[in-house]
Design a protein. Structure first.
Length: 360
């Protein structure tokens, strides 16, 4: 249909960019280009932003009060910030939601007896409170008023199958905080608190330890073999749920007590490496204690494909000969974190923006 024919049948409203039919007996498709030759109109768009959060990225070294279930994430921050940061900031927010949560499904030791140790799948649901983002819906108590969602396992497990490493939780209630009439101008932080249905802390497990000493399990007078390991002794005690075999440790700012040798610096770098170290086992410096204070990790070595035997890194053999002993001597500094007991969240933020469309 030509523009001249169309103009006889439709009336164009330039203010609203709409057409009205002047012939009541005819149906027209109104998705036409506007007749005005140079027409500018702002078009409202909604952008989806997904943020993936890992609790290990919080400032765990300097802020011991934070844990995988209660910590702060800054939006629009930099690497110099003291907290976990996301470089992107979000303005004109029209909705906020947490879509998925992945949590370690470990028993939460509630007493001196291991008989009282609920797992996450023992609760009907978990709740997540984000400071300042509440009343996305209303419930029968304060926890339900404050939560951003009711989260249940994606695959509910029977008791016989509850011994799994992680559980993925979905937002069963599909709740989200909406700012439909007036967009939220700016969200600069996500202050997370993951709780039980009653609002209590979801877990009392500790994931960070201060390092007291790192030493060899055997005398340095004996040649290193596959039975040799390193022992990390902590300043405080932990239970056998918080740290266990096959957990991945990451250490930061560890400094050996005797820096007289080049190998001492190499040892520090190896201990503090980004890839971390897997736990072989846990132990006690005093067999009579109920809790543990030693973590056992491999030495810097591997099995040689050419000889079939252990191949110890040369710098470490030299370090053992010069300084490293089998006695716990207080080192200078250092902390460790269990990377295998962290929380992971997927957050969805929708923002409004305007895009000018020019028609000619």
């Amino acid at each position: 249909m030509s523009n001249s024919t169309m103009s006889n049948s439709l009336m164009y409203n330039a203010r609203d960019n709409t057409y009205s039919n002047t012939n009541s007996n005819t149906n027209y498709d109104t998705n036409f280009e506007p007749l005005a030759p140079n027409y500018d109109k702002p078009d409202t768009r909604i952008a989806n932003h997904y943020i993936v959060i890992n609790s290990i990225d919080r400032n765990w070294y300097n802020y011991p009060n934070e844990n995988p279930y209660k910590y702060l994430v800054k939006l629009g921050g930099t690497g110099k910030d003291r907290y976990s940061t996301v470089s992107q900031d979000y303005k004109n927010v029209v909705s906020f939601s947490i879509d998925k949560v992945i949590l370690p499904n470990r028993p939460c030791i509630q007493s001196y007896t291991s008989n009282i140790s609920p797992r996450l799948n023992d609760y009907p649901y978990i709740a997540i409170n984000v400071e300042g983002i509440n009343f996305s819906s209303y419930g029968t108590n304060k926890t339900l008023n404050n939560t951003i969602g009711i989260f249940t396992p994606l695959l509910p497990l029977p008791k016989s199958l509850s011994d799994v490493s992680y559980l993925e939780f979905k937002n069963t209630s599909t709740q989200k905080k909406e700012y439909l009439i007036t967009p939220e101008g700016y969200i600069s932080r996500i202050d997370l608190n993951i709780t039980t249905p009653s609002g209590s802390p979801l877990s009392n497990l500790n994931d960070v330890l201060d390092i007291y000493s790192i030493f060899l399990n055997s005398s340095n007078a004996v040649s290193l073999s596959v039975s040799d390991t390193l022992i990390i002794q902590s300043k405080t005690y932990f239970n056998n749920v918080e740290f266990k075999a096959n957990d991945l440790l990451q250490m930061k700012n560890y400094v050996y007590h005797n820096m007289s040798y080049d190998e001492s610096s190499q040892f520090n770098s190896w201990i503090n490496r980004d890839s971390g170290h897997y736990i072989i086992d846990i132990d006690k410096s005093n067999p009579t204690t109920s809790l543990y204070n030693q973590i056992i990790i491999p030495i810097p070595a591997n099995l040689s494909r050419s000889t079939g035997n252990i191949a110890v890194e040369s710098w470490f053999s030299s370090f053992v000969d010069k300084s490293l002993s089998n006695i716990a001597i207080a080192d200078t500094s250092g902390k460790l974190i269990n990377a295998s007991t962290q929380s992971h969240l997927v957050v969805n933020i929708k923002t409004k923006f305007y895009q000018n469309l020019t028609k000619s």
